[in-house]
Design a protein around this ligand. Sequence first.
Ligand code: SF4
Length: 209
Amino acid sequence: MRRILHMDSDIPSIYFPIGKIEDGGSCEFATETCILNCPSGMISNKHEKYAFSFFKKNDVERIFNKLLMDYNYLANRPYNAKMIQWFCWGDCPSFMTEKVADVIKRIAEYGIPQYGFTRNKKLWEILPSTDRLHIGLTVENYSKALGISKTTDKMIAHPDYDTWYAQMIFHGKVRSRCNGWWCVNEIEERNSDCTRCLSHGEGCYYRGD
Ligand code: SF4
């Protein structure tokens, strides 16, 4: 059975094909820099294409049910973070904004924690930010990222292409830096562990002032 959720290490995640819409990709808001630095290696595989076409063809309820089915399947793995990550790579294009927002809200109501990253500002604006739901807006310019973050409770993510860490910014301050292996926050430097971030209110699940 084909899935639309796949593991990023121990995290059930959504991957969409990278690249511009006109090339069959999902990265409508991509800059040249992010495409060049994308960890996908600039190649889309059949799993990513299938997930993207599944979202295109189906309604919110069907996508929600499929995500739950895949999530429950992946939950049988011994190392499984109990959450969903959005857009490990790829992104939500504007024609899918409302649909993706409704799916994310539906999953949140069901009780599964979610975090992720998007350059789709409208999606970021529509989605609420709660202790168990943080979809960060990726902003490439550091000063701009800090500036936007001062005006909102929501997460802003700044990709630092010099160090290959993503900086998670809340309320105008970088609260953590994470590269998927190491997570450096205001208290400690430790292995990346999204379950710990969720339970301690750190990283993408920051719960401070
Ligand atoms: S900051 Fe924490 S929650 Fe975010 S990706 Fe890193 S380990 Fe996971």
